[in-house]
Design a protein around this ligand. Structure first.
Ligand code: ZN
Ligand code: ZN
Length: 68
């Protein structure tokens, strides 16, 4: 029997995640404020598929300059 937590982890990549720029916690892409520190999140953050960093949603990654 596969533990539920493993299934959740396998499903995770389908959900777009972002990182709170204030406290660094991982949040869902559609959240407009951090449920950990309560601050508003003005910038859409996406995870770069190349360097795996969380960067503002732009045509390119500000960390590695590759296209997103
Ligand atoms: Zn936060
Ligand atoms: Zn990158």
């Amino acid at each position: 029997m596969v533990p539920l937590s493993i299934i959740v982890l396998l499903l995770m990549p389908a959900v777009r995640m972002k990182q709170c720029p204030y406290c660094g916690k991982i949040l869902r892409q559609d959240e407009s404020e951090c449920r950990h520190c309560g601050r508003e999140l003005p910038i859409n953050m996406v995870q770069c598929p190349n360097c795996k960093k969380f960067v503002p949603e732009k045509p390119y990654c500000i960390e590695c300059n590759k296209g997103l």
